[in-house]
Ligand binder design. Structure first.
Ligand SMILES: Cc1ncc(COP(=O)(O)O)c(C=O)c1O
Length: 423
């Protein structure tokens, strides 16, 4: 019996969309008698049979608690869990798998840094720089820290086209900047952030850098050896993995210097009735029984993505996004938000349909089997900057096709007719 999850031979599979779609059973579903067109991938991705099978295999054949046991099942579970950590580390170019800390999701990873690094190393008056296009999970933890510790929170503003104002960034990032905490890609607009400009700027002032990779790690090659950041946060569920598992990657020296986030079992070296000492990284940050099965499932997801190659995933998404930008621009009443160049954005297209509230658009599209997201996308500052209460958002992944974009466009035309708009 092999204990490696879906064996990764390192061989590349051709990017064959028909074969890829066969791996995702949910894509065969019908909604109200019409085929499902799943375009809500920025919220969460679907899962291939390889990941589903790995979860089942773990519970069926290996399930036990990890690290503490000497019995066979516990050793097997530990090997699978730590094996997944090593493969996820390799996927993002980490040189030491111990720099991969398992969390629940991106939100928990950012909160971990705010608690365990921010509360120890930031003082009143220190500046934390974020941007106007962040997801709430990269705003709220810093506002909480500001209210508690008196740090100063600054925002790099968004330009009307959804890109960042880099001149303002150069003015805002300065000697008082202690942390630049920044998304690699906007989940609301798809804007790809020029990290290659902003990270060196922050580094020139000696700042620590956290990258929110929730939308980049699933969709493009990310390598922490060249990224230049100190922390990288991402979620398993947006990259073919299960819900409830995420990652904080951090430089070992920083993780080592931080205090624990939560106290309890598994994160200690010694406990007596007076005091406790901490286990080494990453155990120090993984208090209690971790999400063993889903970490192993994420390992299988990473194997799947690696077999396709992240450059191929990105190439496919540029193709689909470029097609969607052109196709939707032809639909009467549609206005698209964000950069109009597919190279400058990820597979996210936010739009409005003239005179119809995005929630109504989403509901009518559902009757055509088309699943999109509507609302503020946990990015209310972006909505405020666009001066809209909400947008409709279609977001793509490696299994989406141009015919699904056509289905979206036809359903939007039908929505306009349904509401008696468009003359
Ligand atoms: C850019 C970005 N950051 C953070 C998050 C939060 O991710 P999670 O809900 O998995 O913690 C999301 C989720 O949509 C996101 O798109």
């Amino acid at each position: 019996m092999t204990l490696t999850a879906t064996p990764d031979s390192g061989a590349r599979l051709p990017f064959d969309i028909t074969r890829i779609r066969r791996d995702f059973p949910i894509l065969k579903r019908e909604i109200g008698g019409v085929p499902l067109v799943y375009l809500d991938n920025a919220a969460t991705s679907q899962k291939p049979v390889q990941v589903i099978a790995e979860l089942t295999r773990f519970y069926r054949d290996h399930n036990a608690n990890i690290h503490r046991g000497v019995h066979t099942l516990s050793v097997e579970s530990t090997d699978l869990y730590e094996g997944a950590r090593a493969r996820i580390g390799a996927f993002i170019g980490a040189t030491d798998p111990h720099e991969v800390v398992f969390t629940r999701n991106t939100t928990e990873s950012i909160n971990l840094v705010a608690h365990a690094w921010g509360r120890k190393f930031l003082q009143a008056g220190d500046e934390v720089v974020v941007t106007e296009i962040e997801h709430h999970s990269n705003i709220v933890p810093w506002q909480m820290l500001r209210d508690e510790r008196g740090i100063v929170l600054k925002y790099i503003p968004m330009l009307p086209d959804g890109t960042l104002d880099l001149d303002e960034a150069r003015r805002i990032i300065g000697p008082k900047t202690k942390l630049l905490s920044i998304t690699a890609m906007s989940n609301a607009l798809g804007t790809i952030v020029p990290l290659e400009v902003l990270i060196p700027l922050a580094k020139a002032h000696g700042a620590t850098v956290l990258v929110d990779g929730a939308q980049s790690v699933p969709h493009m090659a990310v390598d922490v050896r060249t990224l230049g950041a100190d922390f990288l946060a991402f979620s398993g569920h947006k990259m073919l993995g299960p819900t409830g598992i995420g990652v904080l990657w951090g430089r070992m020296a920083l993780l080592d210097a931080m205090d624990p986030f939560m106290g309890g079992g598994d994160m200690i070296l010694n406990v007596n009735m007076e005091r406790s000492t901490w286990a080494d990284v990453p155990a120090k940050f993984e208090a209690g029984t971790p999400n063993i099965a889903d970490a192993i499932g994420l390992g299988a997801a990473v194997d799947y993505l690696s077999a396709l190659g992240m450059d191929e995933v990105r190439r496919h998404e540029i193709e689909i996004t470029d097609y969607a930008l052109r196709r939707l621009a032809d639909v009467p009443g549609v206005s698209i938000f964000g950069p109009m160049d597919a190279q400058q954005r990820g597979g996210v297209v936010s739009f409005e349909l003239e005179g119809i509230h995005p929630h109504d658009v989403g509901q009518v599209l559902d009757t055509h089997g088309v699943a999109i997201r509507t609302g503020h996308h946990c990015a209310q500052p972006v909505m405020a900057a666009l001066n809209v209460p909400a947008t409709a958002r279609a977001s793509f992944y490696l299994y989406n096709t141009t015919s699904e974009v056509d289905a979206l466009a036809s359903a939007l035309e039908a929505t306009t007719k349904f509401f008696g708009m468009g003359g």
